[in-house]
Design a binder for this molecule. Structure first.
Ligand code: SF4
Length: 291
């Protein structure tokens, strides 16, 4: 396979074939994100992507799921995207799921009809980084969108019949804005009505602008306990029917899984149980060198 490293995928796509349809992220400005800093965004030629699919087929005949990397493959033009989806479906008869990352900035301008065509040709799920539903935090981290943009993008994805998995980045408001981050993220998620709500925890690696903010004291990172309290506050304000709530990322302190709304109190109780301990081992500071 011809991967331009590093390649990222959601944890739940660990068993998927990864095809790199695009390289990098067309936004690439978020102050906390180190994922694609070394890459200049481009859409790979469809012919090249098809060659990669052929290569993959020669070694793996029957994947049931494919993740189309990199950071915002939803920004691909519809025609080329559909060609790739069709080629994948022809190549792999047992394919059940094709997915990609999709930012609100690149979905809000698309027609629902466009997205519906992608769904009809096999795009099953979009992973979207909300990060925060608080407009002030979104502005500070240069996400390039507002909470309203997320709601509009989510409506389009859902209308098109594509499943929506949304990431919240715990700790993104720092100590100074953890409460606003939790509550406004919950309120935005309530409006977005995603199928999945996934938590990741902020890890600030050297080289990103936020790292300098930490060194200068402008941004104060939350402790493990504060992250757990923030997640608890988020959960207590969530009112989403039929969503799955998951804390399944390597960056997280607590593994959590449940269905909303029925498991909400159980999830909160699980956090309370950890918080009741004066110095819970699982909330101790960690050192993560890469994501
Ligand atoms: S967080 Fe997402 S949108 Fe922002 S730079 Fe990273 S990949 Fe791009």
């Amino acid at each position: 396979m011809r991967y331009e490293e590093p390649v990222f995928r959601p944890p739940c796509e660990a068993a998927s074939l990864i095809i790199q349809a695009t390289v990098g992220c067309p936004h690439n400005r978020c102050t906390f994100c180190s994922m694609y800093k070394e890459k200049k965004y481009r859409v790979r030629p469809v012919l090249e992507i098809k060659e990669d699919i052929d290569m993959a087929r020669s070694v793996w005949a029957d994947p049931t799921s494919v993740f189309l990397a990199d950071g915002n493959t939803i920004a691909m033009r519809t025609g080329g995207f559909i060609e790739v989806l069709d080629y994948l479906n022809e190549a792999f008869p047992r394919l059940e799921r094709i997915s990609c990352y999709g930012g609100a900035r690149f979905i809000r301008g698309r027609d629902v009809a466009d997205l519906t065509r992608l769904a009809e040709h096999g795009l099953k799920i979009i992973y979207m980084g909300l990060e925060s539903g608080d407009d002030e935090i979104l502005r500070r981290v240069r996400k390039g969108v507002t909470a309203d943009d997320y709601v509009k993008a989510a409506e389009k994805v859902k209308q098109a019949g594509i499943e929506l998995s949304v990431y919240v980045l715990a700790g993104l408001g720092g100590r100074g804005r953890t409460r606003e981050h939790a509550i406004n993220s919950a309120l935005t998620l309530n409006r977005m009505k995603p199928d999945y709500i996934r938590i990741r925890t902020l890890v600030i690696l050297p080289g990103v602008p936020m790292y300098e903010e930490v060194l200068s004291g402008e941004f104060e990172e939350c402790s493990g306990r504060e992250i757990a309290q923030e997640t608890r506050l988020l959960l207590s304000h969530l009112d989403v029917e039929g969503a799955r709530f998951l804390s399944d990322h390597v960056s997280n302190y607590l593994p959590l899984y449940g269905r909303l709304p029925e498991d909400r109190e159980e999830l909160i109780a699980a956090i309370d149980q950890v918080l009741a301990h004066p110095d819970p081992p699982m909330l101790k500071p960690r050192i993560i060198h890469s994501l």
